[in-house]
Design a protein around this ligand. Structure first.
Ligand SMILES: Nc1ncnc2c1ncn2[C@@H]1O[C@H](COP(=O)(O)OP(=O)(O)OP(=O)(O)O)[C@@H](O)[C@H]1O
Ligand SMILES: [Mg+2]
Length: 275
């Protein structure tokens, strides 16, 4: 049997071949062939219920791979030994829980994922936590209970938690949902920085906003199948065919992202150029 691309090629961050992913024995996405190379920055687009979150969860072993192959950072999904190599911002946050935790503690958990169990945070780790909190603009709230933060601020805590681990692959499910414009800009700057440093990004989003300047490739999920995979410019229009826009937002392409001018990010990193 041939080795899968995911296992054979260390340059591949995410490799799916003929993959079906779902819950129980019911596939939600199927027939997915997708290769994301190390260092790429990919937007995952598509309408509600199309399967974006299921696809993302499949990469983390949180949804079931029912068929085909799914490889993440060179290992079949779920077999990756160092979990901290993959960062994840879930779509639906449940930061709170029973134990009151401060922003610093929650973000520190992200750092622990990188260290492994039974290790304590050292000075460098504490600095990384503080830096991640600063990156999402919550330094003044770092010792506050997360439960006392607003919804958008809590999403930013989850982003900081993922950043603090300094993962090789960062999967974010709607990181900007409910997040104000200034914080979206700040997040885009952080992601541009980690992307430039070589981190692979996969960002599920309905609103590209400032992220359009960071993500160069779009994968559109439609009824559980990938209907588009290519430069961001084409993907964004396909993902939003009816010109649908949210109330209170201007129709059409947002600032920093123009369909008629698909510069988006460095063309040298476009997927076609790397094959
Ligand atoms: N835990 C689950 N168990 C069973 N079915 C699920 C589960 N989570 C999602 N689904 C189903 O999978 C389909 C795709 O859901 P998914 O959350 O992947 O969509 P999505 O593209 O992320 O949508 P949205 O844009 O609203 O976040 C939906 O029909 C949903 O009902
Ligand atoms: Mg979703």
């Amino acid at each position: 049997m041939n080795h899968s691309a995911a296992e054979a090629d260390r340059d591949v961050a995410v490799g799916l071949r003929g993959a079906s992913i779902g819950y129980g024995d019911v596939p939600v996405v199927s027939g997915v062939d997708l290769v994301v190379r190390s260092g790429e920055a990919v937007a995952v687009l598509g309408s509600n219920g199309s399967g974006k979150t299921t696809l993302a969860r499949g990469l983390l072993g949180l949804a079931t791979v029912l068929d085909g192959e799914v490889g993440v950072l060179g290992a079949p999904v779920g077999r990756l030994r160092e979990r901290g190599r993959v960062g994840y911002v879930p779509q639906r946050h449940t930061v709170s829980g029973a134990v009151p935790a401060t922003v610093r503690e929650v973000v520190g958990v992200g750092r622990l994922a990188r260290l492994g169990l039974f290790r304590r945070l050292g000075a460098a780790d504490r600095a990384a936590v503080a830096e991640a909190v600063a990156a999402v603009g919550l330094t003044d709230r770092i010792d506050d209970p997360v439960a006392s933060l607003s919804g958008g601020q809590q999403r930013r805590v989850l982003v900081a938690r993922a950043l603090a681990a300094e993962p090789e692959l960062l999967i974010m499910d709607e990181p900007t949902a409910g997040v104000d414009a200034a914080s979206q800009e700040a997040l885009a700057e952080v992601l541009a920085r980690v992307s430039a440093a070589g981190t692979t990004l996969a960002v599920v989003t309905h609103e590209l906003g400032p992220l359009a300047g960071v993500l160069h490739r779009a994968v559109v999920v439609d009824h559980g199948r990938i209907s588009y995979d290519g430069p961001l410019a084409g993907g964004a229009s396909l993902a939003d065919p009816g010109g649908h826009h949210h109330p209170g937002e201007p129709a059409g392409p947002r600032p920093g992202y123009r369909l008629d001018h698909p510069r988006v990010t460095g063309g040298d990193r476009a997927p076609e150029g790397r094959r």
